[in-house]
Design a protein around this ligand. Structure first.
Ligand code: AMP
Length: 538
């Protein structure tokens, strides 16, 4: 029997209209590159997003077309988050930390027709401009410097746009956003989010046991808007009417702490590297910043050690762990304590908080062992974390979905190795892939190895992750010199610095006689880690 309910689609359009009418006066504060603050409101944001939508229609952009952003977290990026989907387009958030050739590859693969780029990122754009063929480049003038004549000025585009934009009819299954995974093996893969998946993710993410958002909150996403939708925070905040504080390019601890204090921030989210920096600043000068007593930070992207949770507690601040990935929009688990655990001793509570927590509503998670069986919920049996749900990717853009990232019965294989205990708390113990996660961003070991092996003095090389207090992980390169000869790590570093961003280049380069191999002749990173004393925990 069919219900008597209306069949209304779940669309971001409804978030926009409600934000403009119900809390149009609530603020959106952005930090410009010169550190001054730009202020506008939800009413401004929605009016400008609709102008952007109208301008894109006038440029001939059609529903389903991709419009890329190359931007920090700020007001114009938020306008793109809503304005592009409003006209039926897909907002493709490009990770500015990738190598220029990877950015070009991604833009070409996505078939982006327009690129919106911050003026401060024009030097990066120039490095790949010749390798892409978007039809229009629109520059956001954050610095006030004139936009180069050959490119369009975002403010002028908005000023000249019609102000009578009408939302076109859409299906909730239409794509609204797109991010690429950062290519662990081979090429990056595109994940497209739908209006429906984004709305449901925002609703669930805002629940009390997750981010617990309302229009009484002030949210500062440190996590970049070019990395998995800033974990959905811009959508959640716009849905609930929370004030948004967007930090622009200034992500150092002092700049963030200043902004937390000045703008009364009580909800923030970012990778462990950011929180380590903040902890060190707080430890050094605990009295310097007048932070809100209810400031809570969600940490995800890589493991947050228990010691970090304890150290934040000493400052009276709460850190909540979450787990997710580009393919999961990203929210899959959050680490809130269930009532029975709140009654337990403090060490047990810390142990639970140091896990990634339990599954969020509407997603199913299972741990599947090497024999293909669902592992027991005993906190010890390890297996691959598999997940399914309405905001979990069921395939990749432009790829055959029989990819081995998906099981025959419809689950996403995450490549994370985990345990689940009797209370449902999930602990990530390893990754099946050998990617290095530094400061929240992937470094592909394969990519690094390929570059290193391009050095004339290198016979072969393998890269593994070593734990790093500041960055979570850093790459460590094991190198076999050509002809067993002398080897100068400094010359290899210089060689790599010419080929990739500095943060990807390993500080640690060790010379070994041979790289251990598996029975099938592949590098055995497990053996190499053991040999070099960098075994992964778990
Ligand atoms: P990305 O798609 O770049 O967001 O990376 C997703 C991957 O980051 C996951 O598959 C995990 O390996 C890792 N990850 C995310 N959150 C956590 C966490 N809280 N603890 C440990 N690893 C995490």
């Amino acid at each position: 029997m069919l219900s008597t309910m209306m069949d209304r689609p779940l669309l971001l359009d409804t978030f926009m209209e409600r934000a403009a009418t119900e809390f149009g006066e609530i603020g959106i504060v952005s930090r410009r590159p010169d550190k001054t603050l730009h202020r506008h409101t939800y009413a401004d944001m929605v009016a400008r997003a609709k102008r952007l939508a109208a301008a894109l229609v006038d440029l001939g952009i059609a529903p389903g077309d991709r419009v890329a952003t190359l931007s920090w977290n700020h007001y114009a990026h938020l306008e793109a988050y809503f304005g592009i989907p409003a006209m039926g387009g897909v907002c493709h958030m490009v990770n500015i930390r990738l190598a220029p050739e990877d950015i070009a590859w991604i833009i070409n693969h996505a078939g982006d027709r327009v690129l919106i780029v911050d003026d401060v990122l024009l030097p990066l754009y120039r490095r790949f401009a010749d390798a892409i063929d978007v039809e229009r480049v629109i520059v956001v003038p954050l610095t006030g410097e004139p936009v180069p004549d050959d490119l369009a000025d975002y403010e002028r585009v908005l000023a000249q746009a019609r102000d009578d934009f009408v939302y076109p009819e859409k299906s909730e299954y239409d794509a609204c956003g797109m991010c690429y995974t950062s290519g662990t093996t081979g090429r990056p893969k595109g994940v497209t989010y739908s209006h429906r998946s984004t709305v449901l993710h925002a609703l669930t993410g805002s629940l009390p046991d997750n981010l617990n958002l309302s229009y009484n909150d002030t949210v500062l996403p440190v996590v970049p808007m070019f990395h998995v939708n800033a974990w959905g925070l811009p959508y959640m905040a716009t849905m609930t009417g929370a004030k948004q504080v967007l930090p622009g390019p200034h992500l150092d601890a002092e700049s963030l702490l200043d902004l937390y204090a000045a703008e009364n921030v009580n909800v923030s989210a970012g990778v462990p590297t950011i929180w380590m920096g903040i902890l060190n600043a707080l430890d050094a000068e605990p009295e310097r910043w007048a932070l809100r007593a209810d400031l809570r930070m969600t940490v995800g992207g890589s493991a947050a050690p228990e010691s970090m949770l304890r150290r934040f507690d000493a400052h009276g601040l709460t850190v909540i762990q979450a787990w997710g990935m580009t393919e999961t929009s990203p929210m899959g688990t959050t680490g809130r304590l269930k009532p029975a655990i709140r009654a337990m001793d403090s060490d047990t509570q810390y142990a639970k908080r140091a896990t990634v927590g339990t599954s969020v509503p509407l997603v199913d998670i299972r741990i599947v062992d090497a024999d293909g069986q669902v592992a027991s919920r005993d906190g010890e049996s390890m297996g691959e974390l598999q997940i399914r749900g309405p905001w979990i990717a069921g395939g990749y853009y432009g790829l055959d979905n029989s990819d081995d990232n998906f099981t025959a019965d419809g689950w996403l294989r995450t490549g994370d190795i985990a345990t689940m205990d009797g209370d449902g708390y999930i602990d990530i113990t390893d990754r099946t892939k050998d990617v290095i996660k530094s400061g929240g961003e992937w470094i592909s070991s394969v990519h690094l190895e390929n570059e290193i092996m391009g050095h004339p003095d290198v016979a072969e090389a393998a890269v593994i992750a070593r734990a790093d207090e500041r960055w979570g992980e850093r790459p460590l390169a094991a190198v076999v010199p050509r002809d067993g000869g002398e080897f100068d790590p400094g010359s290899l570093r210089a060689f790599l610095l010419e080929r990739m961003p500095k943060w990807m280049v390993p500080e640690d380069i060790v010379v070994v006689a041979a790289i251990p191999r598996t029975a099938t002749g592949k590098f055995s990173k497990r053996d190499l880690r053991a040999q070099l004393g960098h075994a992964k925990p778990g």
